[in-house]
Design a protein around this ligand. Structure first.
Ligand SMILES: [Zn+2]
Length: 297
């Protein structure tokens, strides 16, 4: 079931590299809070995202900024540029590294509140956006991008019957959604998460179709339970994460937490500061999902 053509790289080297990036984050904060450094900040803010090369070369695996493509797939086809990075990429593993991820937005109430919390905590997260909701909230898409949080695709319709009819139906929604995002921020994401997850939905043909278009599929290995009935309240969501940290400590090299910011997920917004506090107290570093994200399991 798993796509076995990807390769990982050594762990220890990357842990050292992660330290170097934490230093860069501190520089951003300093410039951001000081009016006189506007010029410096505008220069630094350009490095808040990385872009894949024309030939689809990927940024360094230890880079902790969102990765985008300056072209849509349609433009790449027209220009005769490669559509994918190929069959292998490097993975980033660290020591107590966590990726906070939010699916199904953007949502006018919850997403802005989450962005405010992330800003206050001086950390970044990743948002897997749905085409339908992007159309309703383009201003929030812009804010996620400008804040330096990462954007991934999460289909257009989120309708399993339509989406999983065929690999082509699935990639058509990917392309439709990337165009919507491109029209708002001028770049397209190359990370993606299948609605409901790949398990039971993706055959080998789906994996091949997604890889042929250069997309990196992103799973999860921890969750607050905000969509499966086990995390109805903020307290339950925090407890769920607490338990998973104890049960599966070996995932700390790449903990990927699934949460939702769509309508009805106010409890997640409420739980978020406590979840961040818990992770910080255990020494976790927060990263955005990049092209070096390892398989979740
Ligand atoms: Zn979803």
């Amino acid at each position: 079931m798993k796509f076995k053509i990807l390769v990982g790289v050594g762990v220890s080297l990357l842990i050292i590299a992660a330290g170097a990036y934490m230093h860069t984050d501190e520089e951003f904060d300093f410039a951001d809070s000081t009016g006189e450094f506007n010029h410096l900040f505008s220069m630094l803010s350009e490095t808040k995202a990385a872009y894949i090369g024309q030939n689809f070369s990927l940024p360094d695996a230890d880079s902790n900024v969102p990765v985008y493509d300056k072209y849509t797939l349609k433009q790449r086809r027209e220009k005769g540029l490669p559509l994918t990075y190929g069959k292998t990429r490097e993975y980033f593993y660290g020591d107590h590294v966590v990726y906070l991820t939010f699916d199904d937005g953007p949502n006018k109430d919850n997403t802005d509140k989450i962005l405010n919390i992330l800003e206050k905590e001086k950390i970044h997260a990743t948002f897997f956006l749905m085409g339908k909701n992007i159309e309703k909230n383009p201003d929030i898409v812009k804010r996620i991008y400008e804040d330096g949080d990462a954007i991934g695709l999460h289909s257009y319709s989120h309708d399993y019957k339509k989406l999983y009819r065929s690999p082509r139906a699935y990639t058509d929604e990917l392309e439709k959604t990337e165009e919507l995002i491109y029209n708002i921020i001028g770049v397209r994401p190359i990370i993606s998460r299948a609605p409901g997850g790949t398990s039971g939905h993706f055959t080998k043909a789906y994996w091949r179709a997604v890889n042929d278009l250069g997309y990196i599929e992103v799973g999860w290995n921890a969750l607050t339970g905000d969509a499966d009935g086990t995390g109805r309240t903020a307290g339950q969501e925090v407890t769920n994460i607490q338990k998973q940290l104890v049960i599966r400590p070996y995932l700390n090299s790449h903990l990927v937490i699934l949460m939702h910011d769509a309508v009805g997920h106010e409890a997640t917004v409420q739980a978020l500061p406590q979840i961040i506090k818990l992770l910080k107290s255990q020494g976790y570093t927060f990263r955005v999902v990049t092209t070096a994200i390892p398989p979740a399991w």
